[in-house]
Design a protein around this ligand. Structure first.
Ligand code: HEC
Length: 311
């Protein structure tokens, strides 16, 4: 059989495979590993040297053994090396093992003894490559069944759900620290007068047209009373400003105009006006808002209180 890969391809191929593997597995940041770590360069250099040395040695041994052969053996070797890959014994053996095919000359032995209008049938054995594949499928099916149906490993849908849940946790984590990102879950009430003053400015520019400069209400509802249509408290008010009111009522979403931080300021400003009782204010709309979350928080913040004591 001829040598499959000539030496001038084999050596570079092995060398670059090892080189690539080292670059892949060694974490060297944005610079190649062989530049960042001189030891890697040294190793690669020595490796290349050894590779060439081995090739040289092998070819030298080949030459020497060739000279030691008898003429008969030389002829045999010549014949073997002149065969192409497809003709080699090795290849033929493998193909025979994988297909168990019967040569055409011997097909007569396989013929079954029935005859359907001239159509006759061979009793070929199943090709082993196919049989092994079939067994592999059965093994796979058993492993799959046990893993997913009996042991309950997460299937793709579960994996997706887990990933989404994980991502939500990460987003929440990020929101906590990101300065200008805020949603109704993370928003907090501001009380600092300087920030409320900025909130007032935003209100006067954007909101006063409908809610009146003193927030007593005009087109939009009174924002100073205890009643809220869409819910009071910083989280609901922020949500209303962010997403707008009910469809067709006139309160648009301010997402595109105001930054979350600005919405927080104007929402805090509105809430600071509670009970300011402006003159000629619009009649209350909606329901009196009771902050469940706050009372819950208070309850959980003071767990030591004996609730039976008052009775
Ligand atoms: C075009 C008129 C208009 C403008 C401008 C406007 N609003 Fe409104 N707003 C309304 C209307 C109408 C409603 C009632 C919505 C509903 O009933 O769903 C409302 C509702 C609200 C509510 C909820 C009130 C409740 O009782 O639940 C808040 C809070 C609010 N607006 C804040 C603002 C803020 C802050 C701005 C400025 C950034 C603003 N609005 C600008 C018309 C307006």
């Amino acid at each position: 059989m001829k040598k499959l890969i000539p030496v001038y391809v084999r050596v570079p191929l092995i060398f670059f495979a090892v080189f690539g593997a080292m670059e892949y597995f060694i974490d060297s940041g944005d610079r190649p590993a062989f530049i960042k770590f001189p030891m890697v360069s040294l190793f690669l250099f020595v490796f290349l040297f050894l590779l060439i040395a081995i090739e040289v040695t092998i070819s030298a041994i080949d030459t020497i053994t060739y000279h030691l052969l008898t003429d008969e053996q030389k002829a045999k070797l010549e014949e073997a090396t002149s065969l192409s890959f497809g003709e080699s014994d090795w290849y033929k053996n493998i193909m025979k093992k994988l297909t168990k095919s019967t040569p055409i000359e011997k097909e007569g032995e396989l013929l079954l003894d029935h005859d359907y209008d001239g159509i006759r049938e061979l009793d070929n054995s199943l090709p082993p490559w196919w049989v092994y594949l079939f067994y592999a499928c059965i093994v796979f099916a058993v492993v799959y069944l046990v893993r997913f149906e009996i042991l309950g490993a997460p299937d793709q849908e579960m994996e997706l759900k887990n990933d989404i849940a994980q991502a939500k946790i990460e987003i929440a984590e990020y929101m906590k620290t990101a300065p200008d990102l805020m949603d109704e879950k993370t928003v907090t009430l501001l009380t600092d007068p300087a920030e409320l003053a900025i909130g007032k400015e935003i209100f006067t520019t954007n909101c006063a047209a409908c809610h009146r400069a003193d927030a007593g209400g005009q087109i939009g509802p009174n924002l100073t009373d205890e009643q809220w249509i869409l819910g009071g408290g910083i989280k609901n008010v922020f949500h209303t400003i962010m997403n707008g009111g009910r469809d067709g009522k006139g309160m648009i979403s301010w997402k595109g105009t105001l930054k979350p931080k600005e919405m927080q300021k104007v929402a805090s400003y509105i809430l600071s006006l509670k009970g300011s009782n402006p003159k000629d204010a619009k009649a209350p709309e909606g329901e009196i808002w009771v902050d469940d979350a706050a009372s819950k928080n208070e309850a959980s913040a003071a767990p030591a209180v004996d609730t039976t004591a008052a009775q």
